[in-house]
Design a protein around this ligand. Structure first.
Ligand SMILES: *Cc1c(COP(=O)(O)O)cnc(C)c1O
Length: 540
């Protein structure tokens, strides 16, 4: 390892751009700029496959004592880190909500990092703060479409905010429900409000036994973190049974009423616009009415599905989202923005005043500092990447991308449906679907007894797990897996492949190749062989 001298002169050079730069770092930079996907595609199959092997490269707890030359460090990053990173750009990487990014983010992100603004307060961000407020306003408009007067009045108002920018959907959910909690348990005569007096006093003054949060069984695990952080307690996360993968308004009302009749209070109903596991959208319009009847907040978790609002053709699937008090959207999912961009959007521009915080040295009263209503403190200028994407792709560009993903998911679903050895488990509502391998000899599975189904499902579960792992390790493609209860098998939980279509460069040939590979792996498996033999014997 080439060690640099330990001197201030050397460190000054590290802080400045070299005049003639032919270092490894410069080469990496050029290589990345030339073609990021080329660069990444060299590393689809990594030499080291096991995590334990990779851990060997990161095993020393000793902090390096002396400086190292940037070039030599860059070289070691190439070898240890880049070579073993996951290629999320591959068109056959269709297992997660993280996908390829448009190329322009690479040069533009240099602006963000280079300027190193801190959005917590205007003194360290200036133009970035108005930009962030405008970006939040654009999303507010996309969801709620208020009048020009409304946006002229609130977009840059020091006493209001149309949303909170944060690092992701988890923080956005926590922020939205923090606002909801402080709103519900706010100040009243004789009580200073939960923000000052705390939960114990709040429950006492409002005569509440417990506060609860309701969502379908498919609610994202960040909601569990939310009730924990907010002090409500995980036992008060009411996950309502959802046989059809959605929260039934009738059941929500029934469960909510029963909960409130026993001395509790429902903080909020969370409607999900695109569940993480199956991509289903709750009946938002009806759930908004249920929330109204129960007198609670209505939050919509559209972290993944929110981008559907760009599509004139499919935005109707999110009908009722405009009735939500707050909405979570992740720009780092279907909005093709780099990791670390989430937003909570509030219908009422005054809503976030329930969490407003002032400090003397920053965040002074009446300032437009965004830090006074965000959970996080120091934050980077990630809003710029959202702002730029909105301009470079445009609503119509996004519409094309979203429509393509949804229609490709539909096409993939029919490929699976037509294939005798595969079974579509959940059809795509948006661009996410689940399926599994079910050998043709078992096409009558739905007609068998519950016990017989259970027995076979156990074997198919093991087959799915095994195929998914082997396919991942082979390194050509990646499909994820999850376990869900399904209607067609008496609510038995089954293990399924999960596919999220997002990369516009994924082709139908890629999808066909993924199915072919899965079936080829399965056919080598003893479970497939024995299921085949047994059932063929039965049929004969
Ligand atoms: C991804 C996701 C989240 C969490 O977002 P992060 O950005 O991972 O924190 C929450 N809810 C839903 C529905 C999601 O898809």
């Amino acid at each position: 390892m080439a060690k640099a001298e330990v001197s201030l002169e050397h460190l000054f050079r590290v802080f400045t751009k070299p005049e003639h730069d032919d270092s490894t770092l410069a080469k990496i930079e050029r290589h990345l700029s030339d073609n990021v996907s080329d660069f990444l595609s060299q590393h689809v199959v990594t030499k080291k496959t096991s995590l334990e092997e990779i851990e060997q490269d990161f095993s020393s707890p000793i902090l390096p004592d002396s400086p190292e030359f940037v070039s030599s460090h860059a070289q070691s990053l190439l070898e240890k880190l880049v070579a073993h990173s996951v290629n999320t750009y591959a068109p056959t990487f269709i297992g997660h909500m993280t996908s390829a990014l448009p190329y322009f983010h690479l040069p533009l992100s240099k602006l963000m990092v280079g300027l190193n603004q801190n959005l917590v307060k205007i003194e360290t961000s200036k133009a970035f703060t108005p930009l962030e407020r405008q970006t939040l306003g654009m999303l507010h408009n996309l969801i709620y479409s208020q009048s020009d007067d409304f946006y002229a009045r609130y977009l840059h108002s020091a006493e209001h905010s149309l949303g909170a920018f944060c690092s992701g959907g988890t923080i956005a959910n926590i922020t939205a429900l923090w606002v909801a909690r402080n709103h519900l348990l706010g100040p009243k005569p004789g009580f200073k409000g939960v923000a000052k007096a705390g939960l114990v006093q709040a429950y006492k003054h409002y005569g509440i036994e417990n506060l609860g949060l309701m969502s379908s069984r498919r609610g994202h695990y960040s909601l569990g973190k939310t009730v924990d952080v907010l002090g409500i307690g995980r036992d008060n996360m009411i996950s309502v049974e959802s046989p059809k993968q959605i929260l039934s308004p009738e059941l929500a009302l029934k469960v909510g009423k029963a909960y409130q009749e026993s001395g509790n209070k429902l903080l909020a109903i969370v409607g999900i616009a695109g569940t993480t596991e199956t991509g289903h959208v709750d009946p938002l319009n009806e759930l908004a009415e249920v929330a109204k009847e129960l007198g609670c907040w209505f939050h919509v978790d559209a972290a993944w599905g929110g981008a559907t609002l760009f599509s004139g053709k499919y935005r109707h699937k999110l009908k009722g989202i405009e009735k939500a008090d707050s909405v979570t959207i992740d720009a780092h999912k279907q909005m093709y923005v780099p990791m670390g961009a989430g937003m909570a959007i509030f219908k009422d521009p005054a809503a976030s005043n329930s969490v407003r915080h002032h400090a003397q040295y920053i965040l002074r009263q009446g300032s437009k500092d965004l830090g006074s209503t965000t959970l996080e403190g120091s934050r980077n200028g990630m809003a710029m990447m959202v702002y730029s994407s909105f301009h470079i792709l445009g609503r119509r560009g996004y519409e094309l991308l979203i429509d393509r993903s949804i229609e490709q998911a539909q096409a993939f679903a029919s490929m699976i449906d037509r294939h005798p050895d595969f079974e579509l488990i959940t059809s795509p509502v948006l661009s996410l679907l689940t399926y599994r391998i079910r050998p043709q000899v078992l096409s009558h599975l739905e007609e068998l007894s519950e016990d017989a189904q259970q027995n076979i499902n156990h074997q198919l579960d093991a087959l799915t797990v095994s195929v998914q792992k082997q396919q991942r390790e082979a390194g050509k493609s990646f499909v994820s897996r999850t376990r869900i209860e399904v209607e067609q098998y008496h609510q038995q939980a089954v293990t399924v492949f999960r596919v999220v279509l997002a990369n516009p460069l994924t082709t139908e040939d890629d999808l066909q190749a993924i199915l072919d590979e899965q079936l080829a792996i399965a056919k080598q498996h003893k479970i497939f062989k024995s299921l085949h033999a047994i059932n063929q014997a039965k049929i004969a």
